[in-house]
Design a protein around this ligand. Structure first.
Ligand SMILES: Nc1ncnc2c1ncn2[C@@H]1O[C@H](COP(=O)(O)OP(=O)(O)OP(=O)(O)O)[C@@H](O)[C@H]1O
Ligand SMILES: [Mg+2]
Length: 252
């Protein structure tokens, strides 16, 4: 076994939006689109968590989803993330209706195109920052060659490469969330879905995470962030509000 490869010098890797054949900035078709989406949970009694939601999200959008508890935000995020399917209506990714895809194809779309970030950082406690990021690819089935370099590149991209060998317990909340974002970015997703990503952060860490989100959106990443945080919503380029499963977009 040779020595570990050195980290790449230079600026963080920026993945151009067009690298994998997705539309470039300025092209005006949505990355993802919901048309008349309803989601009814078949519980007793049934819950209509989403009702007739229409939403088109474009490359480089930074979209905040706000609304009261139980209004359908996570349900919407799960559908956008191909973790769940609409009961009615359609969900199109790059113009293709997800309903027409097999389970395996949906899993492949998820691995290739979508990253997830949660309020709880969900880092493995006994793995270093770098290992936590690398493990994402293990499950995503990415190519083994260069995994370490890609993970380091992702840590650089979010500004925590200097903490690569730290265990999560030795990282601040803000640093842990950046590692979780690096992990989500590892497969070069087009779409990053975040559920209350600043819920466990103080206001200084929230501010700095918002700067990172803004930079990522400028690099062509499409960001959807569920939040209760006014600061987050104020920074986002678009804000949609869900109340009782119905969505309205703030114009401004
Ligand atoms: N698996 C499920 N089975 C039945 N009902 C569900 C299920 N998941 C969610 N619900 C219901 O659907 C509605 C929307 O839930 P959802 O988790 O999307 O809300 P939310 O906006 O994310 O809330 P919060 O801000 O508290 O996270 C709620 O009334 C909830 O009780
Ligand atoms: Mg939720």
């Amino acid at each position: 076994m040779g020595p570990d490869p050195l980290p790449r010098a230079g600026p963080p890797t920026v993945h151009p939006a067009s690298a994998d054949g997705w539309p470039e900035d300025g092209d005006d078709w949505p990355v993802v689109e919901l048309r008349g989406v309803a989601r009814v949970y078949g519980s007793e009694p049934p819950v209509e968590a989403l009702r007739g939601v229409d939403l088109a999200i474009y490359t480089g959008d930074f979209l905040a989803i706000v609304g009261p508890s139980g209004s359908g935000k996570s349900t919407l995020l799960n559908i956008l993330g191909c973790l769940d399917r609409p009961t009615r209506g359609s969900y199109l990714i790059d113009g293709v209706d997800v309903a027409g895809l097999s389970e395996a194809e949906r899993t492949a779309v998820r691995a290739r195109s979508i990253g997830f970030v949660f309020q709880q950082f969900h880092l493995l406690a006994h793995r270093t920052a770098l290992e936590n990021v690398m493990l994402a690819e293990l499950y995503g089935g990415g190519e083994r060659t260069g995994r370490r370099e890609r993970a380091l590149g992702a840590l650089e991209r979010v500004g925590v490469a200097h903490r690569r060998d730290f265990l999560p317990t030795r990282l601040s909340g803000g640093e842990q969330q950046r590692v979780a974002i690096a992990r989500a970015l590892l497969g070069s997703p087009r779409l990053l879905l975040c559920d209350e990503p600043t819920g466990n952060l103080d206001s200084a860490n929230t501010q700095s995470l918002l700067l990172l989100f803004d930079a990522l959106a400028r690099q062509g990443l499409t960001l959807v962030v569920v939040t209760h945080d006014e600061e987050v919503a104020a920074t986002a380029g678009r804000v949609v509000r869900i109340v009782d499963g119905r969505m309205t977009e703030a114009v401004g």
